[in-house]
Design a protein around this ligand. Structure first.
Ligand SMILES: NC(=O)c1ccc[n+]([C@@H]2O[C@H](COP(=O)([O-])OP(=O)(O)OC[C@H]3O[C@@H](n4cnc5c(N)ncnc54)[C@H](O)[C@@H]3O)[C@@H](O)[C@H]2O)c1
Length: 437
């Protein structure tokens, strides 16, 4: 990444298009509308509430992040998206049952005006849902063209200068990259041949890359994490980020595990189980979709604990992740973690974490931050994988052969140092010996 000489100021409106108008997307959209009216606080959002230390601790410089870097203002954000059901954002938010009526009614008209464009849908990637509001394309290449046309139409009709897209749609069945994902030519040939290795996530993502529209993947689906997508992103000057929003249990895992590792406490086992009853839970009830999610959730511990470097502490631990669809809880997920650890001379200890969270309440600020930071990245001339946004993901993307960081505080430091570096501020290394000279 080249240090930008100058970051283009955000003139005009920013279109934020969300794929999937479900619980996460409608909670984000309604939240943005409520926040810009000053009715509720965008809690959890670094772009709205976060501050950043600059220079020495004694200088007392700690502006808001949005005062350091030129982010789009919430009042300049135009919202839209796609879904495979025709409900507008008000109807979808009511059905999702995340936000209460007093909040939804406050922005009812504005929400109802957000009507989803028809989605790209193929049943085999989403066995639990039957899409009805779907595009009719003769092959996957044409579906890409239709999504590109949607983006251009949205820009023209809403007078939008720039667009970013965040995938907030369902988890698809498990896919691994194949030969078709090798380079741009092989991928485009496979699109024309309706290759089964290309799922809807990849179709939306490819359309964005072609349009130079930044794309973030909030689900664990194969979306932009393969060589052809990285190549196209670099060629078209498009920032990409993914994948799978880091919100509830995994967020806490990447807080606690670095703490254990820092004090060299050993691990014998980590058992994580969840109940959730929203549509995401219903989709994840399908074993193939669960496999996609499980793969994403399981990766974090090994990467933080590095068993190969510490076989005596982490060489043999058992890591299990379960998700059970339990409708009475709706979006109010409950997660339990049982951690079996060991200390001095191998004596065992246990830790239990019971997180009664709200899935979409944790995800909405992540969607907002990703949209605004990706737009910033584009204006700064960044392209390809944005590793500094790994802070927001369970399976952060990184350059090939590079192990991504999962430790939340390392990720935060990387994010903030990237912001400092972008505007020519000194990086902060926390050495601090200059205070004692
Ligand atoms: N909430 C969290 O904390 C969290 C964390 C990590 C990842 N995620 C992921 O975010 C995604 C959204 O979660 P949610 O709770 O909003 O789910 P949801 O089921 O409420 O919403 C998903 C929406 O996507 C739509 N959809 C499915 N396929 C589509 C397609 N091809 N095109 C357009 N729309 C499509 C569905 O109709 C639905 O309205 C899921 O993949 C979930 O795994 C959520």
């Amino acid at each position: 990444m080249k240090q930008p000489e100058e970051i283009r100021k955000p003139g005009g409106k920013l279109g934020v298009l969300l794929v999937g108008m479900g619980a996460v997307a409608t909670t984000t959209v309604a939240g943005i509308m409520l926040a810009r009216r000053g009715v509720a606080l965008p809690i959890g959002s670094l772009t709205q509430l976060g501050t950043i230390r600059l220079g020495k601790r004694t200088e007392g410089r700690e502006p808001l992040i949005r005062d350091l870097v030129p982010l789009a203002d919430l009042k300049d954000v135009e919202l839209g998206g796609w879904d495979i059901f025709p409900d507008n954002a008000y109807e979808a938010a009511c059905r999702a049952q995340v936000l209460e009526c007093h909040h939804l009614d406050e922005v009812r008209e504005e929400l109802a005006a957000v009507e989803p464009m028809k989605g790209v849908f193929y049943q085999e990637y989403l066995p639990r849902l039957r899409g009805v509001h779907v595009k009719d394309a003769k092959n996957k290449l044409e579906a890409v063209e239709q999504v590109r046309e949607d983006i251009r139409r949205f820009k023209a009709e809403r007078g939008v200068e720039r667009v970013v897209v965040v995938w907030c749609a369902s988890t698809e069945t498990f896919l691994s990259p194949t030969d078709v994902h090798r380079d741009i030519t092989s991928f485009e040939a496979a699109l024309a041949k309706n290759d089964p290795g290309i799922s809807p996530t990849q179709i939306y993502a490819w359309a964005c890359l072609k349009e130079g529209v930044p794309f973030a993947n909030g689900a664990p689906n194969l979306g932009v994490d393969f060589p052809a997508a990285s190549m196209l992103a670099r060629e078209t000057g498009t920032p990409i980020a993914g994948k799978d929003f880091k919100t509830g249990q995994t967020l806490m895992k990447t807080v606690v595990a670095p703490g254990l590792k820092a004090r060299l406490l050993g691990l014998r086992g980590w058992y994580s189980t969840n109940i959730l009853g929203n549509r995401d839970g219903e989709v994840l009830d399908d074993p193939e979709a669960f496999k996609t999610k499980e793969t994403s959730k399981l990766g974090v511990l090994d990467s933080i604990l590095e068993p190969a470097k510490h076989p005596e502490l982490y060489g043999n631990y058992v890591h299990k992740v379960r998700i059970d669809y339990y409708p009475p809880r709706g979006d109010a997920k409950e997660g339990w973690d049982n951690i079996d650890l060991e200390g001095w001379l191998g004596y065992p200890m246990q830790m239990k974490i019971n997180f009664l969270c709200r899935d979409s309440i944790l995800a909405a600020p992540v969607v907002l931050d990703l949209a605004l930071f990706l737009d910033l990245a584009k204006r700064a001339g960044f392209r390809g994988i944005q590793e500094w946004l790994g802070f927001y993901f369970k399976s952060p993307m990184a350059a090939p052969n590079l192990q991504p960081d999962h430790d939340l505080f390392v990720q935060l430091m990387k994010l903030k140092n990237t912001l400092r570096w972008m505007v020519g501020e000194e990086l902060i290394h926390h050495l601090g010996n200059e205070y004692y000279d």
